[in-house]
Design a protein around this ligand. Structure first.
Ligand code: PHE
Length: 412
């Protein structure tokens, strides 16, 4: 019962057996929240762009990409879980919604950009709660140096400048080696080049963390604490994650590393060496603006939207929350199985943002029939009004009938 084509961003695309994009998602494609100057995501984008003032700031790129761009060009293995229909949104077998801004690395490098930022909406099938939403925003950043003595002199000069700046600042950094046995250099790289570029990456991002979080750590005089951790990404090595200590907790802020040489070769800029990072805008905006629920970014309520002004990081003042209403849905899982993400997407597609969260609260297998039963608890709550029990029952009834229809589950 799929239509033969679906309209997206003013064009029609053929569907096939891979099509799993839902209307709750297609409705978001044209929102471009991160481009609104007085929206928290737009404000944060401009703050980062101001910090990297000599970088080219790119935006407005279509979220529709080929799986090759999103995965193959970056060296993702054939069996990487991110490729699965249960984890990513496909328009059809050959077209998907980008899962990260790294999908555009090859294209931007091939344009000859040597210092660039690219902000965009990205899409991942995921659970539903206060900090997970299937649409979010990332900013990719990269800097390219010639892999030559002159190029390395440029890195050293920049490293000296950034080191001096950080030494004058109230920041404490827990570091890891630039390169180690578990975070290896690339075989084609001169070891000294890789070390210098990894150091430049760390200094550049420590300086960004100071711009974003410095002076906001609460008790004045307390230093900003930044922690570097070894990481793994298919398209960088060495790779790192950055965490910041904020309101008593370590928060994961971004992933980064030295770009795999095959990316630069594919982009026709061999003989260069680059670093890249990708940061999640919602994560950081929730911290900086004290926004307690990720769904608020999508709110059209003036009580949310009028609290923010272009260029300013201010503290969100929550307005009264309406009461939640829990409904449980129990059913027998069909023998063919059923992925949690399929349940989450169906709920979202049926009731939109009125589902605050969905959790599987119970499962059991009948000892004789060997059939498996699952119970999901759906928490209905509107961000802008009170839902009546009657309305919530109607919403839940719609979810139940669509579950039966779409997956053949037997409601208990
Ligand atoms: N694309 C990665 C992610 O979404 C982040 C990343 C970007 C890591 C660039 C390294 C370099 O998790």
């Amino acid at each position: 019962n799929k239509p033969p084509t679906i309209p997206l961003l003013g064009q029609k695309y053929p569907t096939d057996s891979s099509t799993n994009i839902t209307s709750a998602i297609t409705d978001k494609l044209a929102r471009n929240l991160y481009l609104e100057p007085a929206h928290p995501l737009g404000i944060l984008r401009s703050v980062v762009e101001r910090h990297f003032s000599d970088f080219t700031a790119l935006s407005g790129w279509s979220p529709l990409v080929t799986p090759s761009k999103n995965f193959d060009d970056l060296g993702f293995p054939e069996d990487h879980p991110g490729r699965a229909l249960t984890d990513s949104y496909y328009i059809n077998r050959d077209l998907m919604l980008r899962t990260h801004t790294s999908a555009h690395e090859v294209e931007v490098f091939s344009r000859g950009e040597r210092r660039w930022l690219l902000s965009a909406d990205v899409y991942r099938r995921d659970e539903i709660d206060a900090s997970h939403y299937p649409v979010f925003h990332q900013m990719e950043g990269a800097r390219v140096f010639p892999a030559t003595p002159a190029g390395m002199a440029e890195v050293e000069e920049d490293n000296a400048r950034l080191t001096a700046h950080l030494e004058r600042s109230n920041i404490v950094i827990e570091d890891v080696p630039h390169i180690s046995a578990t975070n290896p250099p690339q075989p084609t790289h001169d070891l000294r080049h890789a070390e210098l570029v990894a150091l430049n990456l760390k200094l550049s991002l420590n300086s960004l963390m100071l711009s974003l979080f410095g002076g906001r750590t609460g008790t004045s005089g307390e230093p900003l604490r930044v922690r570097w951790i070894e990481a793994y990404f298919p398209f960088t090595t060495p790779s790192f994650e950055v965490e910041v200590f904020f309101h008593g907790k370590w928060l994961e802020i971004l992933g980064c590393g030295v770009v795999q040489q095959q990316t630069l070769n594919r982009a026709n800029v061999p003989d260069n060496i680059s670093w890249a990072f990708g940061l999640g805008l919602e994560r950081i905006a929730m911290i900086l603006f004290s926004i307690p629920d990720i769904r608020l970014f999508w709110s059209k309520d003036p009580r949310f939207l009028t609290q923010f002004a272009a260029g300013e990081i201010t503290t969100f003042k929550p307005y009264s929350k309406y009461p939640p209403c829990y409904k449980d849905v129990s059913f027998w899982v069909p023998d063919t199985g059923l992925h949690d993400n399929d349940v989450f997407d169906l709920v979202r597609d049926t009731v939109g943002d009125l589902a605050e969260d969905v959790k599987m609260i119970d499962t059991f297998t009948h000892p004789k029939s060997h059939r498996t039963s699952r119970c999901y608890r759906i928490n209905y709550r509107s961000m802008d009004r009170s839902l009546s029990n009657e309305e919530t029952n109607d919403l839940n009834a719609a979810v139940v009938s669509r579950l039966a229809e779409a997956f053949g589950v037997e409601i208990r």
